[in-house]
Each structure stands twice: as structure tokens, then as C-alpha cells.
Write a protein that binds this ligand. Sequence first.
Ligand SMILES: [Zn+2]
Length: 269
Amino acid sequence: MNNKVILVLIDGLAWQVAHDCMGYLQGLREAGRASLYRMDCELPALSRPLYECVLTGVRPVDSGVVHNDVTRLSTEESIFHLARKAGATTAAAAYHWISELYNRSPYDAVRDRFTDDESLPIQHGVFYHADSYPDDHLFIDGEILRRRHDPDFLLIHPMNTDDAGHRHGLESSQYRNAARRADNFLSAHLPTWIEQGYQVLVTSDHGMNKDHTHRGVLPEERQVPLFIFGKHFSHDPGAAPRQLELCGVIAELLGVSHEKIWNKKLLAA
Ligand SMILES: [Zn+2]
């Protein structure tokens, strides 16, 4: 396979809220153009450890990125590294911890916020460092990167759902409405991506609980959605994808060589 891939990682989006509130994505699923899976995130259910898990296929207890204050470059081979090794173009509109894990650490906003450096694993980046950075701006940042640089792999990583969950909790209208807004922003961009043949994954690092946080094994903090769009997915309801497999799945879609675990059943034969 030799596809372009967009990974949308909606920070802190619990599976049930994604299922109940994302009417546009669910509409595509009902029309047979998308599939939705439920996954358990790896542990601890924290952001930086799970960015590393999704982007390298290594669980936190093995990567050593076990809490949010592990401020260093990843020591694993990420999907950005695999893509670059194969000569593919990479881009990300993402929280600054992504820049710290794969480009340069610690993050220096003046140097790193707008990144264009062919030699870095993430060649083109728009990184932000306020959790309240508006999702609509972030989705536009991602779309600008896509149009400007035509990346083979693009990560889009909005934070407002997680931020609303920390401020107001799982059972708040603010948290659910943040997820609805993300669905709305996706409805502005996804039709073009699908039309242009991208393989798209929309998922989350972890969920959210009633105590305004996340870390453990409660279903609401551990269960996350995986929506997939594109003809190179099998759309097999029995595929049972795992969070650890996403890095390898994306490498397969991109057609780059890798030694990651992946999920054969999730992809079209
Ligand atoms: Zn959080």
C-alpha cells in the first residue's frame, strides 16, 4: 500500500461521548463509509504516555514515558521516523509534547511553534502550548499544513475536549459540547480528505472520569473510540483493533517498512 494517512487524535475523548455526540461521524458510519471500534487505552491513561503509545506502538510501561512530566525525546522509533526513513513527508498540528517526544526537547516556543525543517522527524509542524488553544484554529493549522506540504502522514491533535473534561468533568454539557464541536470541525474537512483518497483515523489517547481527570481503569477513562475512513480499511466489525497496533497499521497504510505489531484484520486484503 502507498496511501496518505491523516491521524486525528482528539485528546481526552471518552468512547461513550464520541459514540453519543459525534453525529457527523456516526452519519458516515450509518451510510457505510466509516467504521467505529471501541478500544481500551493502555495504562496509565495519561496523555504523554499514550501519545508515545499511539505513535510508536510501545506501551508506557515499556517506553518509560510513564507520566506527563517525562520531558525528553522518545527512545522508540515513531511513525514519523519510519515515514522519514522511507522518504515520506511528515507534518503535525499538535500539542507541544509531540514536538518534545519526536523533534526537540525541551520545547522552545519561539523556535518550535512553527517548524519547517526537512531534517526533523516531524518536518512541518504547528505546535501549541495552551490547552485552551481553540480546536477550530488547530484544525485549520492542520489543513494549512496539508495543503502547503502535501504530507504523506499528517497528525492533527486538538486539546479542547480534554481541557473541558478537566474543567467540568465527564458528565458536563461543556465536555460533551467540546466533542460535538470537534465533530463539527471534522465535518468541514473530512469530505475533502475522503474525496482525495486519504485513509483517516480519528481516535483518542484516553477518556475522562467524573473526578475531572483520567489515569486508571474505569471504563469512562479507559475506553476510547476509533473511527476509520477509507477504502484500504477492511471495515470488518470483528477486527478488534488495539491502541498498540495503530502505529503499525499506519506504517502498513503508508507502505513503509516496520517491525511494529499491527492488525491485519483492520486492513483490506
Ligand atoms: Zn487530560
